[in-house]
Design a protein around this ligand. Structure first.
Ligand code: SAM
Length: 286
């Protein structure tokens, strides 16, 4: 494995979301190679570093000191030092600090190098069996119930699979709000404590999921990702990727009606659905 220490850089390193073995060899090599590791919580990260016998200098970088720290870290990289950014778990910047530091690096022409690895949203999605060709990451919903409901209502017609992070003390209320907005039967999944002892993956309709979590206090503990299937009533969601490509080409030459009719003959998808797709994307030139 070769890292290029000759060109100093900011390495954005993904670390485990539970099981300490879930870290790549390249991540370990990078954390050993750099001069400084900027970590969200140095005490928390020390456990991981000790587990992998890494004794690189650790400094803290969290939401309260990120602005100042970013400037000084980028200065050090410009002077030839290598810096790694890690968070408490998973991929930095994904509902975690680092946005300012990475932005500062780019603004100063400093090389930014991602070292890919675990991310709870992606791990949950990969085990969900819900549509994964298109999805949106919503992160944490607001802690206040009114704001949370408002955001969920904005997502009512979202056709992509939605991925939420949720705190254990809010999970019951959030699932109830989701059930209220998306409907009792909307397929959903709860992924709890991924890669840890009490890992739980439960897929069902939203009402069943909300009741199951409300009835079992064990499901209201630990770290949780909730996935909700997108709105399947939206025509755009039903049109396959192949059909949408065909429609996009046909709509450049033909009317919506002609394009829908031709595409229907090619793909077998209903003319009405394809016509609705054409209306939604508004691509035709005729
Ligand atoms: N940067 C992390 C990532 O890449 O996933 C996310 C950090 S965010 C502060 C923490 C949230 O991620 C938790 O509240 C939970 O929603 C989710 N999460 C992290 N680890 C998890 C795990 N092992 N199982 C389920 N969800 C997890």
């Amino acid at each position: 494995m070769s890292i290029e220490p000759s060109i100093s850089a900011l390495y954005v390193v993904a670390t485990p979301i539970g099981n300490l073995h879930d870290i790549s060899q390249r991540a370990i090599d990078t954390l050993n190679m750099v001069d400084i590791i900027a970590a969200e919580d140095t005490r928390h990260s020390r456990t991981l570093l000790e587990f992998h016998s890494i004794d690189t200098k650790l400094i803290s970088l969290h939401e309260h000191n990120e602005r100042g720290r970013s400037v000084s870290l980028v200065e050090q990289i410009k002077l030839g030092k290598n810096v790694a950014l890690i968070s408490d778990a998973g991929t930095p910047l994904i509902s975690d600090p680092g946005f300012r530091l990475v932005g500062e690096a780019h603004s100063n022409g400093v090389r930014v190098c991602p070292i890919p690895g675990p991310c709870a949203a992606i791990a949950a999605l990969s085990a969900s069996g819900l549509a994964s060709d298109r999805f949106c990451f919503e992160g944490f919903l607001a802690s206040k119930s009114h704001a949370r409901l408002m955001r969920l209502r904005e997502l009512q017609n979202e056709s992509r699979t939605m991925v939420f992070y949720e705190a254990p003390h809010r999970i019951v209320e959030s699932l109830k709000s989701m059930q209220e907005v998306f409907g009792a039967d909307r397929p959903a999944m709860l992924a709890r404590e991924i890669s840890k002892t009490f890992e739980t993956i439960k897929r069902s309709g939203l009402q069943e999921l909300a009741d199951w979590v409300a009835d079992d206090s064990n499901q209201q503990r630990g770290e949780i990702v909730v996935l909700v299937e997108g709105d399947r009533s939206s025509s755009v969601a039903e049109v396959t990727e192949e059909a949408s490509k065909i429609m996009d080409v046909l709509l450049r030459e033909l009317s919506k009606k002609q394009a829908s009719s031709l595409c229907s003959q090619i793909t077998g998808i209903s003319k009405k659905l394809l016509y609705q797709y054409a209306l939604n994307v508004g691509l035709d030139t005729i």
